[in-house]
Design a protein around this ligand. Structure first.
Ligand SMILES: C[S@@+](CC[C@H](N)C(=O)[O-])C[C@H]1O[C@@H](n2cnc3c(N)ncnc32)[C@H](O)[C@@H]1O
Length: 283
């Protein structure tokens, strides 16, 4: 039984890191006219209302996109992310927040394709309503960990896979590792961007995941982390990371310039931390 609903967390600091990184990678893929594919193994609902009961209950977006929104025009490298959010909120007040499928849907071109996977019985219905009318989109109501390698290789050579599980169960770390490795074997040139939470020391399994990934013979492996408060034993998710296999050229430089500024905006208390590092250096 899946109980995680992303509507409680949409637009929080972790979404900002994830979606800013996603938008930067999609921009790089768009630099060439040749078509590419965007695959989302854990899509969620695609689009969220920030005035829903769920979003209001946790109000996580207030310390995420709520802090960044007014300042987004100061981040030219995030102009596409900014444009997607502004298009959804034409009156200026934040009412909707795009999930990763809606960001990709808005950024991709006619020649590109989206493949979206979601397992939750209710989320898939909302995802279909939000994204199903777009003829570039294929949606699977399936386990994304398994389905990912089943659809590979694709006829299109270039693309990005976002792997963004809820890590509701600790096995999700092993499932993520297995899914990335088997998908990469079938598509060694694909870009794989994996999101993970940074939790209190006792519960944190992300160090294990990074260690395992850094032992793989990938061409490169880049990590970008952003924490908005100091690590405390009893606190839940105080930060998150993106680890990227086959990170595109100069993504490291862009993230290195962006993250300290995002940190200052999202953690005005001065307790934020960030890092961008190669776990496997490009040759
Ligand atoms: C963190 S949310 C995704 C958010 C989305 N990627 C975004 O950024 O807008 C994780 C989603 O994965 C779904 N999920 C959980 N286990 C799954 C599985 N094995 N396969 C596919 N989806 C799964 C959950 O129902 C949830 O909607």
């Amino acid at each position: 039984m899946l109980s995680y609903r992303h509507s409680f967390h949409a637009g929080n600091h972790a979404d900002v890191l994830k979606h800013a990184t996603q938008a930067l990678i999609l921009e790089k893929l768009k630099a060439k006219d040749k078509p590419f594919v965007y695959v989302d193994s854990h899509s969620g609902a695609g689009l969220y209302r920030l005035d829903s009961e769920e979003a209001r209950k946790t109000a996580e977006y207030e310390t995420g996109i709520g802090r960044l929104f007014a300042a987004l025009s100061d981040y030219p490298e995030l102009s596409s992310y900014d444009a997607v959010i502004r298009q959804l909120n034409p009156k200026g007040a934040l009412q909707y927040y795009p999930g990763s499928p809606a960001i990709a849907g808005a950024m991709l071109r006619e020649q590109d394709k989206l493949v979206l996977m979601e397992l939750h019985n209710r989320e898939i219905d909302v995802l279909r309503k939000n994204m199903g009318r777009d003829r570039r989109v294929t949606i699977y109501h399936r386990d994304g960990f398994e389905r990912l390698s089943a659809i590979l290789p694709l006829p299109v050579r270039r693309g990005l896979v976002l792997i963004d599980p809820s890590y509701e169960i600790k096995e999700d770390y092993q499932h993520t590792l297995n899914a990335v490795v088997s998908a990469w074997k079938k598509w060694p040139v694909g870009i794989f961007a994996i999101w993970y939470p940074i939790l209190s020391r006792q519960r944190d399994r992300s160090r294990w995941l990074l260690q395992q990934l850094s032992r793989m013979p990938f061409a490169n492996l880049l990590v970008a982390e952003l924490a908005v408060s100091e690590q405390a034993e009893d606190y839940g998710m105080h930060g998150s990371g993106m680890v990227i296999v086959n990170a595109p050229w100069q993504l490291d430089e862009q993230l290195s310039a962006l993250l300290p500024r995002l940190k200052d905006c999202l953690a005005p208390n001065g307790q934020g931390q960030c890092r961008v590092e190669w776990l496997i250096e490009p040759k």
